[in-house]
Design a protein around this ligand. Structure first.
Ligand SMILES: [Zn+2]
Length: 190
């Protein structure tokens, strides 16, 4: 189920739509100072998304306060970009899930599809099972889940914890759950 999602451009346009909603909410809320927000999108060059959605993934929603003397930048969370990670969020989740139980040959094929090196995949897995687990976000958020999560099998255990009709909705629920980590400057470094 998750393997076909890697190259399913409808997943990527679905996540873009969710980002549009987050951006609309952010803009509506306005700046902390009460000023209105103006669009100030910035370019990104993420890797791992299919070619036909590349353009939709080449920028991130961001806003700037219109009031002179404030000009604060407000960047909403994102379903497409996981903080400063170079690869799109969905790939960081999916490749790690598919890594478990895949034969080396099969995994090599999947890495080729996403354009990611073996070393990067191993670094992500380490992040899920160490950096993520030790993050203040996870320590606070795990209690919101109905059942305890097997931290040794992250991120698959997280996907298993969310109900959904299909891989697309389950994956978006997981990204929704970890949205605080998608901010460009998350409280905790990862
Ligand atoms: Zn402001």
């Amino acid at each position: 189920m998750y393997q076909t999602l890697l190259t399913d451009s409808s997943l990527y346009t679905f996540l873009l739509k969710l980002d549009e909603d987050l951006a609309a909410e952010c803009r509506k809320a306005g700046c902390f100072c009460g000023g209105p927000l103006h669009s100030a999108i910035y370019p990104r060059k993420p890797r791992g998304s299919p070619d036909d959605v590349e353009e939709d993934y080449s920028w991130r929603y961001s806003f700037c306060c219109a009031l002179e003397g404030c000009r604060r930048r407000c960047t909403p969370a994102s379903f497409r970009f996981l903080g400063r990670k170079v690869f799109v969020a969905s790939v960081v989740v999916l490749i790690c899930v598919l890594r478990d139980g895949a034969t080396p040959k099969r995994m090599a094929k999947l890495r080729e599809i996403a354009g990611v090196s073996r070393r990067t995949v191993e670094r992500w897995r380490e992040w899920w099972r160490d950096g993520f687990v030790r993050s203040p976000f996870w320590k606070a958020a795990r209690s919101r889940l109905r059942e305890p999560i097997d931290e040794d099998s992250l991120p698959r255990s997280l996907l298993n914890a969310f109900p959904g009709e299909n891989g697309k909705t389950i994956l978006s629920s997981v990204i929704r759950f970890i949205l605080p980590l998608t901010m460009p400057r998350p409280l905790q470094d990862f």
